[in-house]
Write a protein that binds this ligand. Structure first.
Ligand SMILES: C[S@@+](CC[C@H](N)C(=O)[O-])C[C@H]1O[C@@H](n2cnc3c(N)ncnc32)[C@H](O)[C@@H]1O
Length: 253
């Protein structure tokens, strides 16, 4: 369901939050560094370069993403974050733009903090744009009578991610030192139907997977003008696409 090439279309814009997240990890010589939901592995590789002495572990539930990561030299394997538990030597865990797909991730964060060794770092980033027009318009269209029977459960919900303060409280209640924040990136996209193209690589994947080719085209055709109105292209053809992201970095007690 994940298309590594499509996902990498906006590689620079998608990479920046990752670097701003891991910049807040102050681990010196971690024994094991884990990337949960590693995607195509291009960013995972930077973890290996930062901590060359560490054992690198990377998992992703998409076989296509794991194949791409392995091609990029990352020793990735197919696994679901819900099934993952840290080894006793795990000193750094990174999960970038993944946990929004795992509604029960608050429970997972509690479990991982309980299982990680003292002093370990747990760093996560999730999109915080579930109430932005890109998502509300998609949800509204998917819930309309013509689409609802095919698309129930295929779109991200508003409560699939928390606020920075919610994650800060959850992790602080477990005794962690916490650094939580949010950033809205004012992204400038190029090309026609730029926001639709962006969403096709991420949030619209489950919609595409639930529809046949003709239906998917029809859904895109109906969504495109709504997105164009909410995110009008500029005279030079570029489009501003503000994107809020939520970050939390915790140090396990
Ligand atoms: C938006 S991509 C992020 C990839 C990478 N972390 C990055 O920052 O470029 C989301 C990734 O999460 C993976 N994913 C989604 N749900 C997952 C789960 N339950 N377990 C493991 N990986 C999952 C997807 O397969 C996809 O590769």
């Amino acid at each position: 369901m994940w298309d590594p090439a499509k996902y990498l279309d906006y590689g620079d814009l998608r990479a920046r939050p990752f670097f701003e997240l891991v910049a807040r990890i102050s681990a010196g010589e971690p024994r094991r560094v884990v990337d949960l939901g590693c995607g195509p592995g291009n960013l995972t590789g930077t973890l290996a370069r930062r901590w060359p002495q560490a054992t690198l572990e990377a998992i992703d539930s998409s076989a296509d993403m794991v194949a791409a990561a392995r091609e990029a030299g990352v020793p990735a394997r197919v696994a679901d974050v819900r099934e993952w538990s840290p080894g006793r030597d795990t000193d750094v865990v990174v999960s970038n733009a993944v946990l929004q797909w795992v509604p029960e991730h608050r429970h997972l964060l509690r479990r991982w903090v309980g299982e990680l060794p003292a002093g370990a770092w747990l760093a996560m980033q999730v999109p915080g744009n579930m109430d932005a027009p890109s998502h509300t318009l998609t949800r509204r269209l998917a819930a309309s009578p013509g689409w609802a029977p095919r698309l129930a459960g295929a779109v991200l919900r508003e409560d699939d991610v928390g606020t920075p303060q919610e994650y800060a409280e959850l992790l602080a209640d477990l005794g962690c030192q916490v650094n939580a924040w949010e950033t809205t990136y004012v992204q400038r996209l190029t090309g026609s139907q730029a926001v639709l193209e962006w969403l096709t690589g991420t949030a619209l994947r489950p919609v595409k997977a639930a529809l046949d080719a003709g239906e998917w085209e029809a859904f895109r055709e109906q969504l495109a003008p709504l997105l164009d109105k909410a995110y009008p292209p500029r005279p030079d053809g570029t489009t501003w696409f503000p994107f809020r992201r939520v970050f939390a970095v915790a140090r396990v007690p």
